[in-house]
Ligand binder design. Structure first.
Ligand code: RIB
Length: 306
């Protein structure tokens, strides 16, 4: 079984400010520190999987600025394949100003830049590399037409597709994503996609089942510090949270998805892969930064043995 995966998605430079709390509208607030790091939901998922040992093909676009080369270098340094990382002239790379408060909670703005130029033709141009993959990961920081095309591509080639519908997009058409094997929304995204309330666990299950009734095989609802819910037509399983002291939650959802993709592509069962992913994501929030907080396979093994 191939253990290679692909990510068709975004990359961003994360411009992270750590402060005591979020500023209120119109307020100027002194903060504690600032760092620039590598981020973007697609790149984060790719790097998490690669650090765990997965062979990852990245299909993305960088812009025409100093961040572009830094992003490509970062992919290489993490062992992510860059043959399908394109450059767009006259456009900035994606950037994300991020605020993290003292509880580890975050607020994020994204400027998509070159990510908005990742088009259906870029998926076709990577067809040979994609065809050798066990799983394709998608998110919503690139044009929605590219997401739909990648899902159709996966279906035509018999490659499973995981869609993380983040950030929440009101224009996402459920009919066009029904062929994904895995849909991984948070509760807000689930409410938007299903049009149903998600205020209790029973409501979350009903909302997830409504998407399964439309054809999606597996819905995995991420619920932050309450863990995750695995919902299929046959069963509902709780993925228990792993208790840690949060320092910075930025990119924890991406760590979860990247780790799940790695363990699943390596032949793990879905539920077992999710439990490993929950531990990996929990460990990431005990450290500062987005990709900077992701453990390598050795680090993860050491933590697991402790
Ligand atoms: O999910 C976290 C990510 O969202 C950050 O890395 C930021 O770049 C935005 O894409």
């Amino acid at each position: 079984m191939a253990t290679r995966i692909a990510v068709i998605g975004s990359n961003m430079m994360d411009l992270v400010t750590y402060g005591p709390r979020m500023p209120a509208p119109g307020e100027t607030l002194a903060a504690d520190s600032f760092v620039i790091g590598h981020g973007g939901k697609g790149a984060n998922q790719a790097v998490a999987a690669a650090r765990l040992g997965c062979d990852v093909v990245m299909v993305t676009k960088v812009g025409d600025d100093p961040f572009a080369e830094q992003q490509i270098e970062n992919f290489r340094a993490n062992g992510v394949r860059v043959d399908h990382v394109g450059r767009v002239a006259g456009v900035s790379s994606g950037v994300a100003p991020i605020f993290v408060d003292h509880t580890g909670e975050n607020a994020i703005l994204i400027v998509k830049g070159a990510n908005d130029h990742l088009l259906p033709g870029d998926v076709d141009a990577a067809a040979d590399a994609l065809s050798s993959c066990r799983l394709i990961l998608l998110q919503m920081e690139v044009p929605v037409e590219t997401v739909y095309h990648a899902i159709a591509f996966g279906k035509a080639r018999g490659i499973e597709v995981l869609l993380n519908p983040a950030p929440a997009a009101a224009d996402l058409d459920v009919e066009k994503i029904r062929d994904v094997s895995f849909l991984v929304p948070n509760e807000t995204e689930l409410a938007l996609l299903s049009g149903l309330p998600v205020d209790t666990q029973a409501a979350v299950e009903t909302a997830a089942q409504s998407l399964i009734a439309k054809g999606i095989k597996t819905v995995i609802v991420t619920m932050g510090s309450r863990g995750a819910l695995l919902v299929t037509a046959e069963a509902v399983r709780q993925i228990a949270p792993v208790a840690v002291e949060p320092v910075d939650t930025t990119g924890a959802g991406d760590a979860f998805i990247g780790a799940f993709a790695h363990f699943y592509a390596a032949g793990g069962a879905v539920e077992a892969s999710l439990r490993q992913a929950a531990r990996y994501a929990a460990l990431s929030i005990t450290r500062r930064g987005t990709q900077a907080s992701y453990l390598t396979a050795d680090e993860f093994r050491q933590h697991s043995a402790a």
